[in-house]
Design a protein. Structure first.
Length: 224
């Protein structure tokens, strides 16, 4: 992935910006899918954009980038809300734990957990996150995880972010992406089904959440 630096005295041309946003491996996937306004927005707002631009989304309001230290407090706050908490099994204990995800985009690092921020194009605000854990490079597999600030629910953003991060993972050698979702999280189930994940089965008492055993559904998506 190619980084784009903050502009100096000369603004990048749109062509230069496009080339620096998309490396040769990813360009073919995205060249016909970027919104017409995407590059123009980056061109006119380059001074407010982060130093590492990663994965564009066809969703017109957001893109994927590495997690930054400035994201951590907002991320922790919405993960602990009554809206988000019941549907996830993850219980981060504080900003120190989430801080481990800053710039965690190396899929091949031993013991890696990869996480990208879903960030607003207009102001770079954290809207959610998406990434992988349980990564097995020898078996070319990983488990996807994602979350969204409640203000962003119902906009198709989770579906789009997952779709693009899966293509990114396939481009880095993975062939199987799996997902486990608590049975009460029907919104997440709908995301997976829209993406074409197949249900493999029900895992009984698979996750202990708040001192209670919960069943989970196992889904998978395979590289063609």
């Amino acid at each position: 992935m190619t980084a784009i630096g903050r502009p100096a005295t000369v603004m990048l041309s749109r062509l230069e910006l496009r080339v620096r946003c998309l490396n040769s491996a990813s360009y073919g996937h995205w060249q016909n899918r970027l919104p017409a306004t995407y590059i123009d927005h980056l061109y006119y707002n380059a001074e407010t954009m982060p130093s590492a631009l990663t994965i564009p989304l066809t969703h017109r309001s957001a893109y994927l980038r590495p997690i930054e230290e400035a994201d951590i407090q907002r991320w922790l706050s919405y993960l602990q809300t009554d809206a988000v908490r019941p549907g996830i099994s993850w219980r981060p204990q504080g900003i120190e734990e989430l801080g481990n995800f800053v710039n965690s985009t190396d899929l091949h690092r031993p013991g890696a957990q990869v996480r990208f921020a879903i960030a607003g194009i207009s102001d770079n605000t954290l809207l959610g996150s998406v990434g992988f854990h349980s990564i097995s490079i020898p078996h070319h597999s990983a488990e996807i995880a994602y979350d969204l600030h409640p203000d962003q629910w119902g906009k198709g953003l989770a579906t789009e972010a997952c779709r693009e991060i899966i293509q990114w993972a396939f481009g880095h050698g993975l062939t199987r992406i799996q997902a486990t979702v608590l049975t009460n999280n029907q919104a997440s189930v709908r995301v997976l089904e829209r993406l074409g994940f197949e249900l493999e089965g029900r895992l009984r008492k698979y996750r202990w959440v708040d001192h209670t055993a919960h069943d989970a559904l196992m889904y998978s998506f395979l590289r063609a």
